[in-house]
Design a binder for this molecule. Sequence first.
Ligand code: DX5
Ligand code: ZN
Length: 218
Amino acid sequence: TRPLIINPSILSADFGHFAEETQAIDAGGADWLHLDVMDGMFVPNISFGPGVIEAVRKVSKSPIDTHLMIEAPDRYLETYAKAGSKRISVHVETCPHLNRTLQAIRGLGLKAGIAINPSTSEEAIRYSLDAADQVLVMTVNPGFGGQAFLPLTLEKIRRIRALIGDRPIDIGVDGGVTVETAELAAKAGANVFVAGSSAFKGGPAHYAANIAALKAAV
Ligand code: DX5
Ligand code: ZN
């Protein structure tokens, strides 16, 4: 079994105070920090780029997990590696040569993740698993924080767990992760829990309790 990881998403932080927010969520018990890069093309929203990631990394004690929701991500792998990412996840929907892209990420010395949209079958990643360190199952349609977890993804998590077998590959869930849905996802086989709204709700005074509640649920 894989270690359980709570991975707060900075997308739900106060964008006017990235440094303070990063330090507060770290102090609250984050294991990793999740940074959502959106290009306004692959997803409807635009978030932030490598400059913000570098700034967060400078004050973060947790490793940086970059989730690229951008078209043709190969153009930017080196940039996001240099910004300080420890893992980069790319969407299977954006990568016609997924295995080559994952190998390029590993070639930069990083862990490689495959993100997969709710509407994409697990069959799309079957032959790429040996090149991956994580599968990031999108449990909402990506683009915005604060959406509701889609229960239809639970079956896909179970199927991906079965496809992985005993290989050392993490399964992350991203979107609508709360105390209730994290427990369901954990039972289905997930071990990495990306949490935006549920980690950052209430402001810095609540981060430790928010993260403790998620850890207790999984
Ligand atoms: C969604 C992003 C998520 C987002 C999750 O497109 O990939 O990482 O920040 O936010 P919550 O937990 O609020 O659904
Ligand atoms: Zn994400």
